[in-house]
Design a protein around this ligand. Structure first.
Ligand code: GLN
Length: 304
């Protein structure tokens, strides 16, 4: 298959969507991002890559970091993690407070903010230096020692993150956070502030595409079964209240972030990452979703 030609075709086909939507601005530092960037990186099992546009420009991965946090928490806690959060799609926005109240402080899944705050809490309880561990782990799986947090973005989110603070308080009230709320919010916003390029993300996501192997990194051990589970949660919960739509249009397990990135995988075949900062009302990248929809359509390589 001529993947490069397919990516170039897709780029032409999505151009009419350029200019739709806008970048996230509820985190002040993210409002400064140039909205009209676009990058895509496809990586096959043999390591070959196909790229286009700003595939090597780093951007804020935001909620894509929740997949890495889940990977670490699952390997540290095992099955016990599911006592503290569910694995059902939320059908609500990523920062919804109301569902958490109805459900007595048990987040619907690890990929909404409430769930990821619990993941951060687990990492703080289990790791000596969670901040260092998290970034080292991403550096390792992306094979990029210079990947880092953007502390200015984290600070900017922390100083305006009233809703996340409310979620953390509700979790704490229901005893689903063991550590101090400030510490948990600090680690959570730092995780979201990590900057990676599409090329680095597609490399990192290969550990979820290689579902036929056991994946190990230091203390992080993912059994085949855990890889299967993480992919299942990406499929059902990776796009908040648009998870059904992404499944319907694209048909891959994936995860989005309000920085405009989306990373997705096809088990045993490829991983793909795309970036375009302009978002729809659900907080997902408009051109990114369109590009992936065209990719799985034109290659006939969706899991369905
Ligand atoms: N840091 C962001 C927040 O908590 C992440 C949201 C996202 O990417 N969907 O609001």
């Amino acid at each position: 298959m001529d993947y490069q030609a397919i990516l170039e075709n897709i780029y032409r086909e999505i151009l009419p969507y350029a200019g739709e939507g806008k970048q996230a601005d509820y985190i002040p530092a993210l409002a400064e991002v140039e909205p009209d960037r676009f990058g895509i990186s496809l990586r096959l099992m043999d390591g070959s890559t196909f790229e286009l546009g700003d595939a090597h420009t780093r951007f804020s991965i935001q909620s894509i970091s929740k997949v890495f946090a889940l990977t670490i928490a699952i390997s540290l806690e095992g099955e016990a993690i599911w006592k503290r959060m569910g694995k059902e799609p939320s059908g609500s926005s990523f920062n919804s407070l109301v569902q958490l109240e109805y459900e007595n402080g048990i987040p619907r899944n690890p990929f909404i903010n409430a769930g990821a705050l619990v993941l951060a809490d687990i990492m703080i309880s289990r790791l000596q230096n969670p901040e260092q561990f998290f970034i080292d782990y991403i550096r390792k799986i992306s094979d990029s020692p210079t990947v880092d947090y953007n502390r200015r973005v984290a600070e900017s989110e922390l100083s305006t993150g009233y809703l996340n603070a409310a979620i953390a308080n509700l979790l704490k009230y229901h005893r689903n956070i063991d550590n101090g709320i400030d510490e948990v919010l600090r680690l959570y916003t730092l995780m979201c502030s990590v900057e990676m390029s599409c090329a680095e993300l597609s490399k990192a996501f290969m550990c979820f595409a290689r579902s036929n192997e056991e994946f190990r990194h230091g203390e992080v051990t993912l059994t085949k079964s855990n890889v299967k589970r993480i992919n299942a949660i990406m499929q059902t919960c990776g796009f908040y209240d648009e998870a059904g739509e992404f499944s319907f249009l694209v048909g891959l397990p994936g995860k989005s972030g309000v920085g405009g990135g989306i990373a997705a995988i096809y088990p045993s075949l490829y991983s793909i990452a795309v970036w375009s900062p302009r978002l729809n009302s659900k907080g997902n990248s408009i051109m990114g979703m369109k590009a992936l929809e065209l990719f799985t359509t034109e290659t006939s390589e969706s899991i369905f």
